[in-house]
Design a protein around this ligand. Structure first.
Ligand code: GAL
Length: 675
């Protein structure tokens, strides 16, 4: 396989989105001066610049961008240069109004925001590739060019379109998938509610309907829509690789997000990049961001970059709480801890006009005097001191499955046992529980590979296939430990319930059958008894039957399932597969996770409450980050011979870290199994 191209910026990357077209040219000199002061070495330019680059069809104005790139280069700053295709210009939309997207109710979404295009529009595809080629050709030899930035956050404002062009493309996509209308009718179960189609021409995307729609149709529409966005990336990436074969190509992700199958996009990128906007008003939001970071690190099993984050407040929540200086620093260091090549922000200079005028920036409205710039400068200095961390990696013995097909299948449904059991929320909780135990978790596809790991975690896999079950069985048979959460193995890839019910193809591996899901009503709680301790449950129970030979590790206490199995273990070859049929409170989840990790021989690193521990290593030295997400000072045990990297001083065996502070220690690598 072709080697991905790497980002040629020395040390840790530091910078943000730079939109010079929003400012008079005199400001640009001030910008680069401040960038130099802060140690900025990479800026993302041109994301939304099409309207300025081509104000009328065929009339171009690239000179201003030439001058921006020259200025950046003269000041030693590299560019993550966008192909400028994140938003069409007005002339294009007015010439081709049919390229505007349409929602599920048939309303065409007007021009006046961004991402105003139907992903399946042939006009959009042709025009965006045309602009991409012009950008690539013009700037291919520019010394500031360090990376290509294709589009922006695919699947953000626009992830689905229900217009007639999309409908036609959807029909074509279905024809390729099913070949005959009979095969489609069978896969979609169209004999239910008289939905049988006589031809592909009769099929429409799942628009708003009087009652609940067909789940299989919805799932296929999710797949089709994701493919359409991936195709847009492919179109541009092909041009960039032809014209500038040595320049890495990225497109920015939004954590683990449902709009596009990120496994597919990541496979096509050179560098995975991510945008993370944890809410400072939510104490747990940093852990949510951490889930995204684990995905980024795993998506290509290589370097990734935090391409956007907020220096302080965003503008798109109902209430936008600013970040304290400490929180901003902690967020930045957390991304570095999880393997990011640097920290970048949206955006460099706070806008005075347009939709983002109240969004914070690295330089606030008060310019050099603003608090955010002051913090930008000090963070830049600290990141410079961490340059050696670049290129080091996080090693994980545990993995968690993230599968878009399964996610879409369970969330595109209007009729479920409970709308409250959201896969993403449970996955985030499992990841947070592992993070609080100091255990790094890689993210893997449902098909594996699982062999690098001792334990595989599945918070939920609603859609499971026989091939996935076979791969998981091989993993367990050869000594792996598996922990599977409830409502797994329910449907196959056509969204048909597996014969005999859940856990379908996982039945033999888990040694259980699910007789009935037993969701809890809002606010209700239950209890589970595990090793003489009781833990509270909420949202979800299942009535399960353990096969002969399957051990029951925990039982429901009280309620209609009193005494029935809640957590089971089934030995299989040299390993074991556990099934957790309920949603536990945080303490219970942590206990179950810790037991599964211990069973697998994964060392848990005890740290004070809400202190996240992550280690990056280069095989000789470990860089351990203790991220104190709590509001209290915490005392830590640090490894022998450790140096405080930021302060350059040796550390005692016990060190305190202030509230919302971080400690980064360099030490000789940990031997296997040591703390
Ligand atoms: C991102 C987007 C940026 C900016 C930012 C504001 O989703 O990529 O362009 O809008 O949000 O938080």
């Amino acid at each position: 396989m072709e080697q991905p191209r790497s980002l040629d910026v020395p040390g840790l990357v530091f910078g943000g989105d730079y939109n010079p077209e929003q400012w008079p040219e005199e400001k640009w000199r001030e910008d680069v001066r401040l960038m130099n002061l802060a140690g900025v070495n990479l800026v993302t330019v041109g994301v939304f610049s099409w309207g300025r680059l081509e104000p009328r069809e065929g009339v171009f104005d690239f000179e201003w961008l030439d001058r921006v790139l020259d200025l950046l280069h003269a000041h030693g700053i590299k560019a993550d240069l966008a192909t400028a295709t994140a938003s069409p210009p007005a002339w294009l939309v007015r010439a081709h109004p049919e390229m505007l997207p349409v929602d599920a109710f048939g309303t065409r979404l007007e021009f006046g925001s961004r991402q105003s295009y139907c992903p399946s529009s042939p006009v959009w595809r042709e025009q965006s590739v045309r602009l991409c080629r012009m950008m690539a050709t013009r700037y291919k030899d520019h010394p500031a060019l360090a990376m290509w930035h294709v589009s922006n956050e695919y699947g953000d404002e626009l992830s689905r379109c229900w217009c007639p062009t999309s409908a036609q493309a959807f029909r074509k996509w279905l024809q390729v998938r099913y070949r005959t209308i009979d095969a489609l009718n069978e896969a979609w179960g169209t004999c239910v509610w008289s939905q049988i189609y006589a031809s592909f021409e009769q099929i429409e995307p799942p628009r708003a309907t009087p009652g609940p729609g067909n789940p299989s149709q919805r799932l296929d529409f999710e797949r089709f829509s994701s493919d359409a966005l991936v195709q847009l990336f492919d179109d541009e990436a092909a041009v960039l690789r032809e014209v500038t074969p040595g320049v890495p190509v990225t497109t920015n992700f939004m954590g683990v997000c449902p709009g596009v199958d990120y496994w597919e996009l990541a496979a096509r990128e050179d560098i995975v990049s991510n945008d993370a906007y944890p809410d400072p008003a939510d104490d747990d939001s940093g852990f949510g961001a951490g889930f995204g970071y684990s995905f980024m690190r795993s998506a290509k099993r290589g370097p990734w970059l935090l391409l956007e984050s907020a220096p302080s407040a965003v503008n798109w929540r109902d209430v936008n709480v600013p970040k304290t200086t400490a929180r901003r620093r902690l967020d930045a260091m957390q991304a570095i801890a999880h393997g990011s090549e640097g920290v970048m922000y949206f955006q460099w200079r706070q806008a005075r006009q347009g939709a983002e005028q109240h969004h914070s920036a690295m330089v606030g409205h008060r310019g050099e005097a603003s608090r955010t710039f002051h913090d930008t400068r000090s963070l830049g200095a600290e990141l410079a001191a961490l340059a050696d961390v670049r290129g080091t990696t996080v090693h994980a013995e545990a993995a968690m499955i993230v599968d878009w097909d399964s996610w879409w299948a369970s969330s595109a449904l209007e009729s479920l046992p409970s709308q409250r059991l959201a896969w993403a929320e449970q996955a985030r909780r499992w990841h947070q529980a592992a993070a609080m135990l100091g255990v790094a978790v890689d993210i893997v596809r449902a098909e594996g590979p699982f062999d690098p790991y001792r334990v595989v975690l599945i918070p939920g896999l609603y859609l499971a296939t026989p091939a996935q079950a076979a791969a998981l069985t091989r993993f367990v048979e050869t000594g792996g430990t598996l922990l599977v959460g409830g409502f797994s193995g329910v449907v196959d890839e056509t969204e048909t319930v597996h014969s005999g019910g859940p856990p379908g193809p996982l039945r033999n591996l888990l040694g259980v059958e699910i007789d009935e899901p037993w969701p809890l009503s809002d606010g209700a709680t239950g209890a589970v008894e595990l090793d003489d301790a009781a833990f509270a449950t909420h949202l979800w129970h299942e009535s399960i039957v353990a096969a002969a030979g399957t051990a029951v590790l925990a039982r429901y206490r009280g309620g209609p399932l009193d005494g029935r199995p809640a957590l089971t273990e089934h030995a299989c070859g040299q390993g074991q597969a556990r099934y957790l049929s309920c949603v536990l409170d945080d303490a219970g989840l942590s206990t179950v996770l810790q037991a599964a990790l211990a069973r697998a021989g994964v060392v848990v690193r005890e740290a004070p409450s809400r202190v996240e521990v992550v280690t990056r290593t280069d095989g000789q030295a470990d860089y351990t980050f203790w991220l104190n997400h709590s509001e209290q000072e915490q005392t830590l045990d640090t490894p022998a011979g450790a140096i405080d990297v930021l302060r350059g001083i040796p550390l005692a065996s016990s060190t305190t870290v202030a509230a919302m502070d971080v400690l980064i220690a360099r030490s000789p690598i940990r031997s296997e199994g040591s703390q």
